[in-house]
Design a protein around this ligand. Structure first.
Ligand SMILES: Nc1ncnc2c1ncn2[C@@H]1O[C@H](COP(=O)(O)OP(=O)(O)OP(=O)(O)O)[C@@H](O)[C@H]1O
Length: 454
């Protein structure tokens, strides 16, 4: 049986000590090196997670130069290695230098086997935890959730979520660019929840939903009767977001005159309410979103460039749903579970033709459209399964309607034929391939090429 004990490399030139240590570590597979060259050779061959390193190695037995050179080389070759350095009597200083140079811990000679044993065990433990964390960070969470409520399994969207998570802690303005219904509002909320301002308010305002003449007082608030003495103050959205985050959705809809006022706020962080006399200081984080092409608007003179640069310290592009392979089906399942629970508990899943249709549809309204169609489908479903008909997708428009050229037309025809074959064979790939007159690997290739699901 293969030895699965964790590997420990001991770098020690004193044969007496080597012997002593050899007996001390039953729980590990031991590798012992007497100098730098041997140590590096064993590191490369065995990749141990933990190394104990005597700083006084030949040819500099009484100094530390060789020990430090070994430490640096180990960390260069395998940076996650936990190196525990041994310092001679009164050489605490060099031990501390070693820690500054990336060593994990140190121990003082003469060796106390029990104490060193504890340090080594802890080093393995920390290494295992770090490895597990790195693994978790690389893989998608099992339920497909990231940033709290966002559901995705597509690398394109994971990248977006990770960027948002990363910028959350920095106090920079963020502009989310993406088509309607792609989840920009959800990302903005996720950013707030991941930021140090999470205990403050998250205030959202959709600039497209408010008539132009009311937008100023919505944003900046207003004061009435100030002159008569019985002032009534209504705080605007900016003020309501004090200590938290303000999400300006459809920021491209803000008229030019108001853009100037917004810019002034971003410059001096104070607002003036409509009809108000005193400036009010407001500390809020700004997150904006739009589906419009702000660059073109700047060129056309309808969006101020100086405001753009204030709002867009970080720009995040949110991909359309059709560009996130696997997400339509994953999100559809999520919405099915949610709506079935509330509206039609007998519905349990999808008929194969529904899955094929979900995959083929271009989702011009993105996740919002999917959510709405799923709600309808769950209500309309007759039996346990949602069918393609329940989704009410226009067959002729599946795959995006008119083909722009011959290549696109062929792809469209391929997709339609594949979808039908898979639906007719209840998702059986071998059967579908036979029906299409192609081999199974060819069908898999096509599914991959067209980013369809089998
Ligand atoms: N990845 C996702 N996981 C779960 N729900 C999502 C996801 N993306 C979007 N949604 C849901 O879809 C709907 C639309 O999302 P959202 O309002 O965030 O989009 P948007 O890009 O801000 O749209 P608009 O620009 O039209 O305001 C919301 O109900 C949201 O909760």
């Amino acid at each position: 049986m293969s030895d699965t004990r964790p590997k420990l490399l001991i770098v020690e030139d004193d044969p007496g000590l080597q012997r002593q240590l050899r007996w001390a570590y039953e729980d590990y597979r031991l590798f012992i090196a007497g100098d730098r060259e041997e140590a590096i050779e064993m590191l490369r061959a065995e990749a141990p997670d933990v190394v104990t390193l005597d700083l006084g190695l030949p040819p500099d037995r009484d100094g530390t130069s060789e020990g430090f050179a070994t430490l640096a080389e180990i960390l260069r070759i395998k940076p996650d290695t936990k190196v525990i350095v041994a310092s001679g009597h009164g050489a605490r200083e060099s031990a501390l230098d070693a820690i500054a140079g990336g060593a994990y811990d140190f121990y003082q000679k003469p060796v106390d086997i029990d104490e060193l044993g504890l340090i080594v065990r802890r080093a393995f433990h920390v290494h295992a935890l770090e490895r597990e964390n790195a693994r978790l960070a690389e893989t998608a969470p099992e339920d497909g959730r990231v940033l709290g409520r966002l559901i995705t399994s597509a690398p394109e969207m994971m990248k977006v979520a990770r960027t948002v998570e990363r910028v959350a802690s920095a106090n920079v303005s963020v502009l989310l660019l993406g088509a309607s219904g792609t989840g920009k509002a959800l990302l903005a909320q996720g950013l707030h929840d991941a930021s140090p301002r999470r205990d403050g308010p998250f205030v959202a305002i959709n600039c497209a939903a408010i008539p132009e003449n009311l937008l100023e007082s919505e944003l900046f608030g207003y004061e009435e009767g100030a002159v008569a003495g019985a002032a009534r103050t209504t705080p605007g959205k900016i003020e309501q977001a004090q200590g938290g985050t303000l999400f300006l959705d459809e920021v491209g809809e803000i008229p030019l005159a108001l853009q100037v006022k917004l810019l002034r706020f971003l410059q001096d962080r104070t607002i003036e309410r409509v009809g108000g006399s005193e400036p009010v200081a407001v500390d809020t984080r700004m997150v904006c979103a739009t589906h419009q092409d702000l660059d073109a608007m700047i060129v056309g003179g309808s969006f101020r460039e100086d405001l753009y640069y204030r709002l867009a310290e970080i720009v995040v592009r949110v991909p359309a749903l059709k560009d996130r392979p696997g997400d339509p089906a994953l999100l559809a399942r999520h919405f099915l579970t949610r709506f079935a629970r509330d509206m039609n508990p007998q519905v349990k899943g999808f008929a194969p033709d529904a899955l094929a249709a979900l995959d083929a549809w271009a989702w011009p309204g993105n996740v919002r459209e999917l959510e709405n169609r799923m709600k309808r489908a769950v209500i309309m479903a007759d039996g346990k399964l949602v069918t393609a008909a329940d989704l009410d997708l226009d067959e002729d428009r599946i795959d995006g309607g008119e083909a722009v050229n011959l290549k696109a037309a062929r792809e469209m025809a391929d997709r339609r034929a594949i979808r039908r074959a898979i639906a007719r064979t209840d998702g059986n790939i071998s059967g579908a391939a036979k029906m299409l007159g192609i081999s199974r690997p060819t069908l898999y290739d096509l599914l991959k090429q067209y980013q369809m699901q089998g």
